[in-house]
Design a protein around this ligand. Sequence first.
Ligand SMILES: O=c1[nH]cnc2c1ncn2[C@H]1C[C@H](O)[C@@H](CO)O1
Ligand SMILES: [Zn+2]
Length: 370
Amino acid sequence: MSTPPPPPGPAPLDLPTVRTAPKALLHDHLDGGLRPATVLELAHHCGYDGLPADDADTLAGWFAEAAGSGSLERYLQTFAHTVAVMQTPEGLQRVARECVADLAADGVVYAEIRFAPEQHLERGLTLDEVVHHTLLGFEDGTAQARDAGHDIRIGCLLTAMRHAARSREIAELAVRFRDRGVVGFDIAGAEAGHPPSRHLDAFEHMRANNAHFTIHAGEAFGLPSIHEAIAFCGADRLGHGVRITDDISVDDDGRARLGRLANYVRDKRIPLELCPSSNVQTGAVPSLERHPFDLLARLRFRVTVNTDNRLMSATSMSEEMVKLASTFDYGWSDLERFTINAMKSAFIPFPDRLRVIEEVVKPGYALLAG
Ligand SMILES: O=c1[nH]cnc2c1ncn2[C@H]1C[C@H](O)[C@@H](CO)O1
Ligand SMILES: [Zn+2]
């Protein structure tokens, strides 16, 4: 007997079905997405004895709880354990390979994965070696996913830590590896007290080389950070940028008034890499229900859906989309729009972006929309 054709009309917007939809992810940290079992195994191999748990379930629970304290600084402390097991060629390659496998299995077709090479030098690797091994892992993962029937493309972003002083060096590294899989640059880490303008020479190097960069801004700190990232640094995109709502007021009758900065971000179509679960965990927003994602989407900002750190937020790209859809009553056309927004904002060449939109994203959502 042949399988009956799917019933007419839209497919159910539930987790198993969203996992089959083509998705694009711009903001995902390599050191925030390890499998708990891999953290344990790598710790065992490299002799790291600082883990707070010794079985995978307890460890997964520990990360989610510790990261959910409501403070970005406390959230960031949890990365000490993942970074500790990513100090060897094997560790970096395995984490990168598994990252691709997990995203591909979740239906992600394009992802930009970021990490900070300067945090992986503890066991003697050079910056170039760290990037080289990580890219090998991405390549392996991509080839294995293709063999398993999942086409996925990965671009790597190199992050500099904003409290440190190596951003120029990391920007140079990003440009050096631009033809080998690195597609851009970023700064991350504690935001308050570390304005983006401290790293102007790094951004100047990127701009001088016609290279792309995003900046974590408007997460734990508000408008001044976003303003600097755009006006002084020239960021192509905003990592989070959620606090742009500090420049938007909504009247009792529902009419939104935008200040100059919010207008500029919208007019210039500056992409916002919104990370709903992470924003709740770090206290950037009080709850998912009160997340300004929907306000920004309705005001037609270029909103994108992202995971930030899948391990710390115990989430996936599909779960973030399902949570948003059930909270704000989104349908397939909304999820398609957010995905196209992400592809339009990707740091790969324009024809490549178009190809994913036309050949993968649109046909995929057309099927689901029924
Ligand atoms: O959401 C974040 N805001 C600021 N920094 C972050 C966030 N998620 C991860 N990081 C930091 C911790 C990682 O070790 C580093 C590089 O991926 O980036
Ligand atoms: Zn982030």
